[in-house]
Design a binder for this molecule. Structure first.
Ligand SMILES: CC(C)(C)CCc1c(C(=O)O)[nH]c(=O)[nH]c1=O
Length: 309
């Protein structure tokens, strides 16, 4: 069974990587990913300046998934740029995620990343905050187009975006129309956490995270059907782009489903947080077993071949 995948023309040993935000804030964490079985890895979304993020507890895990309101804790973009400069890009595909607090911050970070010689792939987090009181950039299609126009002008290499989940077909259509205006926007990562869930503990009668009165982004099993829908929606609407699936991957089965829905690579977040980097070995083993049981000798044999009724 062959798990190799082509991403932007580059062969990878397997389709797995971490989800941005998990096990990727410090060089220690990043080196752990670099030594793991994952074929690719992405840094924590970064801002112009370092941030400590929100007060703890800001992450909570549950039987069905996780909730977080980390508040963009990161070491500042230069730290990740330095990591990319030192990185052995032959060994693993490295993505660098940015989430500027303003349009200008994103442009300033991109100008620096463009000058760097590292071939890390740029992923722009569209859940980045917008003007206070307005929806996040990913939910404000005019702001999204304005940001992508600036990125497209400032950055001459292929880049990608991390999208929040959409739920209305008209929003899939509107978002895809914006993305398809940018040919160098080569990949789309779906989904970011399902925003502003509220987990309540029946024993304590309390919320479980401190920031935002307990409101936070959901991950894990809770979000799998939404993640699969977003992967497939953009797979259908953006035939010239590759899709990276993220959301609800806890075993080979969910990785298989993301690939079936059209994903080229598959990210693991909550399960990586809970289990550590061994999760990649386990999921790869499970995916291999599923493919063997179905007689698939390559991922191309089934990627995107989701059946409808
Ligand atoms: C939610 C933001 C803080 C605006 C961006 C960073 C981010 C965070 C975070 O750092 O709280 N958590 C997520 O699940 N997804 C994200 O994109």
């Amino acid at each position: 069974t062959d798990l190799t995948c082509l991403f932007l023309g580059q062969p990878l040993a397997n389709p797995l990587m971490n989800a941005s935000g998990v096990c990727c804030r410090t060089t220690t964490e990043l080196d752990t990913l670099a030594s793991s079985a994952a074929a690719a890895m992405v840094t924590k979304s970064c801002t112009l300046e370092p941030r400590t993020g929100n007060p703890e507890p800001r992450y909570s895990s549950l039987p069905l998934g996780s909730i977080n309101s980390m508040g963009l804790p990161n070491e500042g973009y230069q730290y990740y740029l330095d990591y990319a400069e030192r990185f052995d890009h032959e060994r693993k595909l490295l993505f660098l995620s940015i989430s500027g607090l303003t349009l200008d911050d994103n442009v300033e970070m991109i100008a620096a990343i463009r000058e760097a010689v590292n071939p890390a792939l740029l992923e722009v987090n569209l859940s980045c905050p917008n003007v206070p009181g307005k929806p996040q950039t990913g939910y404000d299609f005019e702001a999204m187009d304005e940001l992508l126009d600036e990125v497209n002008d400032a950055y001459k290499r292929p880049f990608g975006v991390k999208l929040p989940p959409y739920f209305d077909i008209s929003h899939f259509d509107a978002a895809a129309e914006v993305l398809n205006r940018y040919p160098r926007l080569a990949f789309v990562t779906c989904i970011n956490s399902v925003g502003n869930g509220l987990v309540i503990d029946p024993d304590t009668e309390s919320v479980v995270i401190k920031p935002k009165d307990g409101f936070g982004g959901l991950g894990g099993a809770y979000v799998l059907p939404t993640a699969l829908a977003n992967v497939n929606a953009f797979y259908r609407r953006c035939p010239d782009k590759q899709i990276i699936g993220c959301g609800g991957v806890q075993s080979g089965t969910e990785a298989f489903l993301h690939l079936l829905a059209g994903a080229s690579l598959v990210q693991i977040g909550t399960a990586l947080y809970e289990e550590g980097p061994a999760v990649f070995d386990r999921v790869l083993g499970e995916l291999t077993a599923i493919m063997a049981s179905k007689g698939y000798t390559s991922i191309d044999a089934f990627r995107g071949k989701l059946k409808t009724l």
